[in-house]
Ligand binder design. Structure first.
Ligand code: PMP
Length: 444
């Protein structure tokens, strides 16, 4: 490092605009100098366990040696060309390998840059498909309350959290939001079960079948909504009713994919094959931005018939060889290091962490699926900022536990070793206990 910590902070204060952060936020960013495995190190030499895989992207941990080697080896041969009339081994092989591990029939891969663009491509592609197959009226989308699908205009239109959409007013597109199947969606639907939520979705799909192109869902876990976990049966029923009414089922597995929920795809747990599957984050090992939209072969038919029927959409870094080489290595590591089997062994420790935390007064709704676990902290009084106080306490103890409001969650790298996982969970339990003002009871 050539600059001191204070010099970096000074430049940051003057020139860097941080995401989802107030410009006059009183909190100083941590200055990070290195990362490895399940942790990163700050400029004071502190090692912090990464409780959220750095916004869920470092699913295989930080700088996995095999991913770094794949990146370096690729950079020495072919760094970047577009996919405009060109192709190359990493993009071609990756597409084949993705088709092999994807739910059956999703044999075509459209590359993009990040989760948002993977979703954006799915939206545009769906609308164009219906326009070119004689149903131009099908151009609206449905999404769930509490949904989060990204930052671009189309993707943020799908967002079911008003706070994230309202700033963009008239620019967001017209999306039909239906209740979330998760047990506690929002104040208005506290008691909604998945069956009630499904009934509402089915009603809208049936009534608006001439207008709805697709419904976009985060399968099994609504991440940004606060790790809201819902029943696989909802997804299975949604598949049934969408197929019946020619509405596309677009699965956004940007967060849930790659073993996060204990199976390669969350859709697998519902026995569901979507029409489109959006991938990002762990897709490229959290090492560089790259994403993909996998498309069912059936949709290709709408794009045959010459240049004017082509999908007129494409990003500069579509299929970037560096990203593709790393993404191939991610699949190889998943296979050869039995990452998903590891998730199944490690997941009980996460469950124990949230159950331990939930024995404390004011800690509610312990929930866990695969390598995702969360509790909600009761709001009110001096605990109004409880999530952030747990965050501060976590830092003191050696973990990065950035909350989602008053939801305090864990989504560590899937391959975190057992000792680090135990330490992370103990810090989680202890930090919540300190903030909620009580000792952790029972085993921990
Ligand atoms: N979809 C889901 C389910 C997400 O959680 C996110 C980001 N948190 C996105 C899409 C957008 O991904 P990105 O930030 O890589 O654009």
């Amino acid at each position: 490092m050539t600059l001191t910590k204070d010099e970096i902070l000074e430049l940051d204060r003057r020139h860097v605009w941080h995401p989802y952060t107030a410009i006059d936020d009183g909190r100083e960013p941590l200055v990070i100098v290195a990362d490895e495995g399940a942790s990163f190190r700050d400029a004071d030499g502190r090692r912090l366990l990464d409780g959220n895989s750095s916004w869920w992207a470092a699913g295989l941990g930080h700088r996995h040696p095999r991913l770094v080697r794949a990146l370096v080896a690729q950079a020495e041969r072919l760094g970047h060309v577009s996919l405009a009339g060109l192709t190359h081994e990493p993009a071609a092989l990756l597409a084949k390998e993705l088709a092999e591990v994807a739910p059956p029939g999703l044999g075509r891969v459209f590359y993009s840059d990040d989760g948002s663009t993977a979703v954006e491509a799915a939206l545009k592609l769906s609308v164009q498909y219906f326009r070119q197959t004689g149903r131009p009226g099908k151009h609206r989308f449905m999404a769930l309350r509490g949904a989060f699908h990204g930052e671009t205009l189309g993707a943020s239109s799908l967002g079911g959290v008003d706070l994230f959409r309202s700033g963009f007013g008239p620019l967001v597109c017209d999306v039909v939001h239906v209740p979330s199947p998760a047990p506690e969606d929002d104040a208005a639907a506290v008691s909604a079960t998945w069956q009630q939520a499904f009934a509402r979705a089915a009603e809208e799909i049936t009534a608006q079948r001439e207008h709805i192109a697709g419904i976009v869902v985060e399968p099994l876990v609504q991440g940004a909504a606060g790790m809201q976990i819902y029943a696989p049966a909802y997804l299975a029923e949604l598949r049934r009713v969408t197929a019946e009414h020619e509405v596309l089922l677009i699965a956004d597995e940007v967060f849930t994919g790659y073993g996060r929920t204990g199976t390669m795809w969350a859709c697998d747990q519902a026995g569901v094959v979507p029409d489109l599957l959006c991938l990002g984050k762990t897709f490229s090992g959290g090492l560089l931005p790259m994403a993909a939209t996998l498309v069912s072969e059936r949709l290709l038919e709408g794009f045959r018939g010459g240049r004017e029927r082509a999908f007129l959409h494409g990003h500069s870094f579509c299929g970037n060889p560096l990203g593709a080489a790393v993404a191939r290595e991610v699949l190889a590591v998943m296979r050869e290091e039995a990452v998903i089997e590891g998730v199944q062994k490690k997941a009980p420790r996460l469950r124990r962490a949230v159950e331990t935390a939930a024995r404390l007064p004011g800690v509610r709704r312990p929930r866990q699926l695969g390598m995702v676990a969360a509790v909600d902290l009761a709001e009110g009084g001096y605990l109004g900022n409880a999530g952030w106080r747990v965050y501060e306490e976590g830092l003191r103890r050696g973990a990065y536990l950035r909350p989602l409001g008053d939801t305090v969650y864990l989504a560590p790298p899937l391959n975190i070793d057992d000792a680090d996982l135990d330490r992370l969970c103990s810090i989680y339990e202890g930090s919540i206990a300190t903030v909620m003002g009580a000792a952790v009871m029972g085993a921990g």
